[in-house]
Design a protein around this ligand. Sequence first.
Ligand code: SF4
Length: 368
Amino acid sequence: MNHTNYQIENWKHQLQNSIRTREELAKWIHISPEEEAGIQALSHTRWSITPYYASLMDPDDPNCPIRKQVIPSIHEKENRYGMDDYLMFKENRRDEADIRPDAIGRQYKDRIAFTVTDRCGIYCRHCFRKEVVVDQEIQLRFDVDEGIAWISEHPEIRDVLITGGDPLMLSDDKLEYLIRKLREIPHIEMIRFGSRLPVVLPQRITPGLKRVLGGFHRVPIWLNTQVNHPKEITPQLAHAVYDLLSCGVNVGNQMVLLKGINDDDATFKKLHLKLLQARIRPYYVFYCEPAPGIDHFRTSVERGAELIRDNLRGHTTGLAQPMYVLATNIGKIPLMPDYYIQEKTEEHYILKNHRGETTTIPNIPEVE
Ligand code: SF4
C-alpha cells in the first residue's frame, strides 16, 4: 500500500478482513510449532490481526517483534507471578462511599479513566487489561451515558481519559456524541484518548474522524498511542499522526517495556528517535504490569530506568525523554535513573552526567 492512499483503504474493510484463524494466518507467515501450540491452546481468547498490521510481520522469523505482540503464545498458560483479578485490584478499589459505574476507573482526585468499549483493533498478548479485553474472564458494563452522568455529578474531575479496549473502535457518530456530552460539562478541561489504532489500523484516521476530533475548542483533545517497536513506525503511521496533529490533536506515545521486543539498547534508542521523526512525543514507558499470563513479557523493574539512562538521557534530544513508570493500584510511580546527585554536603553537590563525568557545584542556601 502506498502511504498517500492510506485513507482510501476502508478501516472497516480492514477489520472485517482481520486474521482470526490459523488458516488465515498461514497466508501471511510460516507459523512456528510454538505459535501453532499457542493458537490451539488460546483459541477461546480473542485474537485478531488487521491485514495492515500483519503486513509488518516477518514471515520467516518466529521472534519477529510484531508476531510476538499479536499471536497467542503457549506461555500465556503459565502464570507464576501475575495476579488474578488484576484489573479489579488495580483500577476498581474504592471505599463504600465511592459508588461508580464499571466504566469509571479512578485513582486520582481530578481525573478518571472512562472505558467505553472492550473491543480493539488487535488483541495485544501483553495487555494488562487482558482479563477483560482478551480473555474475557471479567465481565464489566461499559455504559457511556452512565459514565457521562457520573462525571457531570463530580465537579472535581477536570480531565477525562477515554479508554477501552480501544475507543477509536467506536463509530464517528458515537465518538461525536461522547465528545459533545463531555464538552457540555462545565468542569471538564481536557479530554484524552488512549488508542493503538494509529499504529495497528492507521486507516481509522479518516476525514470523518478528523472532523469529530478536530477544530479549536475550549476543551482540547490529546491522544496517546502505543508504539512498542521501530518496525511499527511506517509512512502510514506518520501520515495518520500528521493528520491528527494538523486538526489540533496532540499525539504522545506510551510504550510498554516488553522482554525480547524492545528491552535492548539498540531497539529502545531507535524507537525513541523514530517516534520524533513521526512527530510523536515519547510520554511514558510502562513497566509490564503483574497481570496474569504475561510473565514471559516482563523485565526487571530496573530495566526501564537503565534503558533511559544508557540510551536517551543526555545521549539525545530532550524531546525524546519519556518518563518510566510503574502503574500500580495507588497510581503511577515514576522510576527514573538515579545517578545525578552523587554527593551532597553543606558546601557542595557532586553531580554525575550520562558519560560518568562528575562536576561540583556549590550548595547555595535559598535566599530569604
Ligand atoms: S489495544 Fe490496548 S486495550 Fe487493546 S489489547 Fe492492546 S493494549 Fe489492550
